[in-house]
Design a protein. Structure first.
Length: 164
């Protein structure tokens, strides 16, 4: 299997798991924060939905320069909107992975803010870290938020304590 085939299979499996979790977000509790330094539930859920859109920045592009971008967080109005954003980003990611030649994974990618370079790595490492591991990190945070709000958690790798 090629690298993009391996990543595509993982993306599809994990997208289904992420979707199950996002479907449980209680939008009416969107302002909830477990700690004053934490993101709100709505911001975190939106971030989880957006992460699958990072394949474009990390695989199609060669540089992400925060000094040039004008990122504005999405304003969503319902749990359905969060799920729809996730679905849209996953479809985009699937297409990018399908279209990316294997050779692209060896090319270098740089994260910077103007003159400050944070790192330069092969795209294979970047997509693993920023498109996959980053998703898992924030998805785990989201499960904690939901648990603290007493929202039953869906099984992702088997049953949860809520779904035995």
């Amino acid at each position: 299997m090629t690298q993009n085939q391996i990543l595509l299979a993982e993306l599809k499996q994990e997208a289904a798991n992420t979707r199950k979790l996002l479907e449980r977000v209680p939008f009416e509790k969107g302002d909830y924060k477990p700690h004053e330094k934490s993101m709100s539930l709505l911001r975190l859920a939106t971030h989880v939905a957006e992460i699958s859109g990072w394949w474009k920045e990390c695989l199609v592009n060669d540089v992400l320069d925060f000094a040039v971008g004008d990122f504005t967080p999405k304003v969503l109005t319902s749990t359905d909107d969060i799920v729809a954003l996730h679905d849209k980003m996953v479809l985009q990611a699937e297409q990018i992975l399908t279209d990316t030649p294997e050779s692209e994974f060896a090319n270098l990618w740089t994260m910077r803010s103007g003159d400050i370079v944070y790192f330069t790595l092969p795209k294979a490492e970047v997509v693993r870290t920023w498109c996959m591991n980053h998703l898992y990190h924030h998805r785990a945070q989201l499960t904690v938020y939901l648990r603290m709000l007493d929202v039953p958690l869906p099984g992702m790798y088997g049953p949860t304590a809520d779904e035995q």
